[in-house]
Design a binder for this molecule. Sequence first.
Ligand code: 9YT
Length: 134
Amino acid sequence: MIVRRLGDIVGTERDVSGEGWTSRRLLLGGDRMGFSLHDTLIHPGTPIHMEYRNHLEAVYCVEGRGTLTVVRTGEKITVAPGTVYALNLHDKHVLEAETTMRMVCVFNPPVTGTEVHDETGAYPLVEAETARTS
Ligand code: 9YT
């Protein structure tokens, strides 16, 4: 069994930041669970453009408030505690926080470590065999 606490991760290599977000990666590919689990903060002031072409992601908001825009349709969705969205169609989307949002994020296939978004808003696909075990 794996037991890990957020307090053990903050400030380590599992604590990864990009423009407007901070992702604390509780479970990674190397943990061999088939998904990764992140406790992610979305900071206000920076719309985050994403399109996870290589991954499925579910995002569950537990704190804060913001707006999710579906690029293809222009639909705007309010995200608040209790809202989950699942990018089952690899939807191109923009997330903007009004107040700091805390999100529980699950990725399939799992993120393996220090991924940040590339210029298209995706994370690269890293083969499980090369996943770090730390
Ligand atoms: C909600 C969202 O997708 N934020 C970007 C960071 C990503 N979810 C991560 O690596 O935790």
